[in-house]
Structure formats: structure tokens, C-alpha cells
Design a protein around this ligand. Structure first.
Ligand SMILES: [Cu+2]
Length: 655
């Protein structure tokens, strides 16, 4: 950019700021955001189950048999609706692939309904692909690591510890247009409770479909009350007391990068002079090209991270001094989120027209309160050993965090995606601050105690309310030290001589793991059931979120390129001097997760060291980069968990 352009754009920004009277502008997002709708589940009684629409290729469906079986249907179709565009102050019409169901909100169809089940349940989920036919799904000459088969789909239950094969959490199958398939997810009785999610995982179209809003929360509710000798679910602690309702919110962050195209023989994406995407009133925005996912395209598009299918929503029904559980899922594809909350000036509202460029100035002028602490109680769905308060909570694609939020005073609070350095961002460029939404907090009980003290007191009261005295005392003793030991589902994994290494790499054309591109049918790793392995994850080029299916891993250490461990509770990750210290690894040591950022700063790799225990399930599945367009283009491996052969190796069915 020339100095002239720089000058011109900053003058333009300044003049816009002075022209728009922030305080007078009326918020157009007065309607608050709700939790995503609950997907309708039929639990018992044949008569209660609606007959499924018969398709030509539909196959026989099992009939409901009892209360432990949860039936549901995902219909995949194109849906026409609209998305709010703050840059123009009006809705853009869009036509996107989406899930449909009886309880999909017609005003926010681009978030899938939430599934809530319990340990011991069987989910029988019919995936009905009603998208138009797609020749690229059947063409065997089709290069497998070039995006293709946009209308083929399948399903992944991200984070669930269930069978990865057959008709369970099997992503190595394609549900082609016109085909119905019924998945059977047996959630074992000893499955941890927590915040998980579901999304398509068909190699070749995963990013396109998830980037269209095809993702939903999958919550496992736990009712196991702890005893002095057995662990329990944190859900039993966070039950209402006379003073606290422990209101729950579910937030699914998404990044729908729809574009409108010029008409004619060679359609191109319509853009404004500054490079942001433009949709004129007669246009219909679509997500139909991987070109829009590449490199820095998200930042340049001027699109916004949505929450539960809405852009810049308001969060209502919060009360000062009331504790809320926020279950948050990063279901987006192309942007990291660095979540912060700050008190907003009371006489201000989000302006009607509000481009991404204007966010930073707005936040600087109006989101001026102190940072509100976010108290982490679960990472990737799994209850953490400590309650850790943080001012900045970093979400990479695929991450979940459950936090306890307590807003100290009535008023409005900005929900901010803070700035981050290039090495901490999906698109490898520094990001500026964005305003994701506003929390409206009503009058309640205000206290002189610190937020951490108020939380501790309320949780100890909850323990006394819900548990037998012996158990309540044990939990209270832990809470006084900010610990949640009684609710942690996994034991620490011990040191092991079994090692695995993995490195991500990118060339100008290819997305690689261990310098190889994904090859269907090739098993890249055979792991042995019952073993504990220690994995060292690195990246030779760019930073990538590593995700493995089935078994979570425990973070042992994250070493910066100088060998400093940046995962401790007080660690400062300041290796990348191009920005402020990176908060994303702080406190991660010892945490169980299923997705973790593997960072490369200025061409130098961090080492992420994790341990995994391969428990119960055998079969073939995948590990991959959760920047899903990288995955579609080859940054994935096939993994097999095999039976031991009794002599230290893996058993094979032949010899
Ligand atoms: Cu990647």
C-alpha cells in the first residue's frame, strides 16, 4: 500500500468516525440471541415417531424400541435465508447448504439444532442427503486432495469417545446426494459429560459445508453424583440453588464467508474498493468455492464471526451477580477468536452501519471497562482439574471452552474478539479487534467481593445444597483451592517409552503431514489398543490446529523454539515479539483436549507434547489439521487402533 493510500484510508476512517454519531445510533440487533434450538428427539413409543420421507435410495430404518434410544433426523438441503450485514446495515440474501429439522429457527437456519443426550444413550441419527446430484462424487479420476463432491456429506461427532468404525463415528464414508444413512452412536455409560459438537467430515467438502454453517452442539448431560470414592459430573454441582440459577448459554461461533458473483460467462466475486465482499440487493450470496478460503481471504472479505447463526447479537436475561455457564464452541473455519469481555459505556449502542474496519476504534472509545474474568471449568468438553480465571480465552477452530461468567454490575458488556499476532491466527496474519456482540446485564445483587470470591462462595453453597455432607466438604475443600478434582473424568497419564512424532508442512501447492499428502486406503499409523503414547507435534510451516478422533490427549508441555515451557499456569509466551504475549497456551499443562494449536512463529516451530491412552475402541479413523480446507487438501492421516499381538506389536488378521 502506498503512503498516499495509507493516508487516504486513514482519513476516510477518521471522517467516518466523526460522521457517525455512535451514541445516537439505534441498535438493529435489539432481538437477543437464543441458544440454538434443541433437535427433536423421539425417545419411546412407535406412535410418536413421524414417518421418514421415503427417498428412492433410502434403506431400511431400525424402529424405536425403548427409552434409551434417541431418534433424530438431519435433512441436508439448500436453504434460502438472509444474514445481517453490518457493513451495509441490511440483510444479505444467501442460499447455503444447511441442516433442516422441525425446530430449526427460520430466522437463523445456519446453525444446526443442539443434541442433548446422556451417557448410556444410543443415538440413531438418520442423515438424509437431499442435495442435488454431483458427478464429482462418483468420478474416480477425481484427484482426492482437490476440493470436490460439494454435495456429498457425512457426519462426525467431534470429541465423542465412541466407536469410530462401521455405522458409528465413521468419517471414511460418503453419503451421496439422494442417500439416507442411519448412524448408531452408542454413548457408553462411562462417557464423560460435556460440550461436544457435530459437523460434516467428507474429505473434499468439509470446509465448504462447515463454512456454510453446518455445525451443531452435541451436549452430554451428566447426572452422576460424586461420592467420597467416585467421581461425578460437574453438571450435578451446577444445579440451581436458592441464590443461583446457573443459567446456561450455548454459543456456537461460525464463519460463513458467503460471496456474491458477477453475472456472465466468467463470474467473479463482487468486491468493494477496499477488497471486502459486496452483495447488491438483488444478489444471493453463496459458499461454492475454495478460492474464498485461501490464505488471508477471511480477513479481506470483511465478513463477521456469527454466534448461533446471528451476527453481532445481544445476550439478554443476564443479571448482576448471577453465575452463568457459557458452553462455547468454535465451529468456524478461517479465523481464530481471542475472547474478551469489557464493560461498555452505558449511553452507547452498536451503530446501525458498522464495517469491520471501524470495530477497533469503536472498542477503543466505548468498551472501556476492566476485562471481566472468564473462569474455565472445561476444555474441549472435559472438566478441568482447576478453575482457571483468564482475561483472554483463545479459541482455535474445533476448540470448546466452558466458562463460568459473573457480570459484577448492571449494564452492557462488549463481547470482543481481541487482536492477535500472525503466529496465533488461522490465516497467518495479525488480526485487529472485532465486536462479536453485547451482553445486557440487568440489576441484580452487586457485591464488594471479587468475582473469584463470589464464584467460590456460590459453588461451595451449591455443593452443600446438592451433596451429602461428607462429599460437600470434600468438594468445598477443593473449591477453596480452585480445584475440581472430584469432577475430572480422566486420570493423569504417566510417562511412557512409546513415542509418536508428527509434523505439519505446507509447500506452495500441498498440505502435508510428515511430508506426505493424504492417501485414502493407506494406514499412516498403527496404534495399539491399551497403550499410552507420547506424541510430539510440530509444524515446519504455518501454525495448525491438530485434531485426532476418538481418544482425547493430555497436554504435557508446550515448548517454544527456545525450549521454554509456555503451558504452565503463569507462563508468558513472548517468543513472537511481533505482538503482545500470546495467552493461548497458559494453563494448558495437564489439560485433556482433542484439538490443540501447533504453533510456528517466524519460521520456528513450537513443540506440543501430549500423551494419549487408546482405550476400548479399535478401528480406522483420522487425525488432521482443523483448518478444514487444509484437511480437504491433504493435511490428514489415517490412523488404526489395532489389538496387541501379545508380543509387543499389533495383531493382524493374517501372517
Ligand atoms: Cu492446517
Amino acid at each position: 500500500m502506498s503512503p498516499y493510500h495509507l493516508l487516504r484510508s486513514s482519513v476516510l476512517t477518521l471522517s467516518l468516525i466523526t460522521l457517525i454519531p455512535w451514541a445516537a445510533a439505534k441498535s438493529v440487533r435489539d432481538d437477543g440471541v437464543e441458544n440454538p434450538p434443541l433437535l427433536e428427539i423421539q425417545r419411546s413409543g412407535l406412535e410418536a415417531v413421524k414417518p421418514l420421507a421415503k427417498l428412492k435410495k433410502s434403506v431400511a430404518m431400525a424402529q424405536p424400541t425403548g427409552p434409551q434410544e434417541a431418534y433424530l433426523t438431519w435433512r441436508v438441503t439448500y436453504t434460502e435465508s438472509s444474514l445481517w450485514n453490518p457493513a451495509t446495515g441490511r440483510d444479505d440474501r444467501v442460499r447455503l447448504r444447511s441442516y433442516q429439522g422441525t425446530l430449526v429457527n427460520p430466522d437463523a437456519p445456519f446453525v444446526a439444532p443442539t443434541i442433548r443426550v446422556a451417557p448410556g444413550d444410543t443415538i440413531r441419527a438418520t442423515l438424509s442427503n437431499q442435495l442435488p446430484g454431483d458427478p464429482s462424487c462418483y468420478d474416480h479420476e477425481q484427484p482426492v486432495n482437490k476440493p470436490h463432491c460439494f454435495n456429498g456429506t457425512n457426519m462426525h461427532t467431534h470429541g465423542l469417545w465412541i466407536n469410530p468404525a462401521g455405522n458409528s463415528d465413521n468419517v471414511l464414508i460418503s453419503i451421496n446426494p439422494g442417500v439416507d444413512f442411519q448412524y448408531e452412536y452408542n454413548i457408553p455409560l462411562d462417557h464423560p459429560a460435556g460440550t461436544f459438537w457435530y459437523h460434516p467430515h467428507r474429505h473434499g467438502s468439509t470446509a465448504l459445508q462447515v463454512g456454510s454453517g453446518m455445525a451443531g452442539a452435541l451436549i452430554i448431560d451428566g447426572k452422576r453424583v460424586p461420592t467420597t470414592t467416585s467421581k461425578g459430573d460437574i453438571d450435578t454441582l451446577l444445579q440451581p440453588t436458592p441464590k443461583q440459577s446457573f443459567k446456561e448459554r450455548v454459543l456456537l461461533f461460525q464463519q460463513i464467508q458467503y460471496a456474491c458473483y458477477t453475472k456472465g460467462d466468467n463470474p467473479v466475486v463482487k468486491k468493494n474498493a477496499d477488497g471486502t465482499y459486496r452483495c447488491d440487493p438483488d444478489d444471493v450470496g453463496v459458499v461454492e468455492s475454495y478460492a474464498n478460503f485461501s490464505g488471508k481471504a477471511w480477513g479481506q472479505s470483511g465478513r463477521y464471526t456469527s454466534i448461533n447463526g446471528e451476527i453481532q447479537p445481544g445476550f439478554y436475561d443476564a443479571k448482576a451477580g448471577q453465575i452463568e455457564r457459557w458452553r462455547m464452541i468454535h465451529g468456524g473455519v478461517r479465523d481464530s477468536i481471542n475472547l474478551q469481555f469489557r464493560r461498555m459505556k452505558s449511553d452507547v449502542d452498536i451503530p446501525k452501519k458498522f464495517t469491520v474496519e471501524q470495530h477497533d476504534d469503536f472498542i477503543k472509545q466505548n468498551c472501556t471497562g476492566e476485562l471481566v474474568p472468564q473462569s474455565i471449568v472445561a476444555a474441549d468438553g472435559l472438566t478441568t482439574a482447576t478453575i482457571r480465571a483468564t482475561d483472554s480465552l483463545v479459541f482455535q477452530p474445533g476448540y470448546r471452552w466452558d466458562t463460568l461468567m459473573l457480570f459484577p454490575d448492571a449494564g452492557k458488556y462488549c463481547v470482543i474478539d481481541a487482536a492477535a499476532a500472525a503466529s496465533a491466527n488461522v490465516d497467518q496474519t495479525p488480526s485487529s479487534r472485532k465486536l462479536l456482540g453485547v451482553v445486557h446485564v440487568a440489576d441484580g445483587k452487586e457485591s464488594d467481593d471479587s468475582i473469584q470470591k463470589q464464584l467460590q462462595v456460590a459453588l461451595i453453597e451449591a455443593a452443600k445444597e446438592h451433596y451429602a455432607p461428607e462429599v460437600a466438604k470434600q468438594v468445598a475443600d477443593e473449591l477453596r483451592n480452585n480445584r475440581l478434582t472430584t469432577f475430572v473424568p480422566h486420570e493423569d497419564l504417566p510417562p511412557t517409552p512409546n513415542k509418536q512424532t508428527l509434523f505439519f508442512n505446507m509447500t506452495s501447492t500441498d498440505f502435508l503431514i510428515d511430508d506426505e499428502i493424504y492417501e485414502p486406503g493407506v494406514i499412516n499409523r498403527t496404534l495399539i489398543l491399551g497403550n499410552i503414547d507420547e506424541w510430539t507435534l510440530t509444524s515446519k510451516s504455518g501454525s495448525h490446529p491438530y485434531h485426532i478422533h476418538v481418544n482425547p490427549f493430555q497436554v504435557i508441555a508446550v515448548l517454544d523454539p527456545n525450549g521454554k515451557d509456555v503451558s504452565g499456569p503463569d507462563a508468558v509466551d513472548d517468543f513472537d515479539t511481533s505482538g503482545a504475549p500470546d495467552p493461548q497456551y497458559r494453563g494448558m499443562k495437564g489439560t485433556f483436549k482433542d484439538t490443540v494449536w501447533v504453533k510456528n512463529a517466524a519460521g520456528k516451530s513450537y513443540q506440543v507434547i501430549v500423551r494419549t491412552h487408546y482405550q476400548r475402541y479399535i478401528g480406522d479413523f483420522v487425525l488432521h489439521c482443523h483448518i478444514l480446507d487444509h484437511e480437504d487438501q491433504g493435511m490428514m492421516q489415517n490412523v488404526r487402533i489395532a489389538l496387541p499381538d501379545g508380543r509387543g506389536g499389533a495383531a493382524t488378521g493374517h501372517h
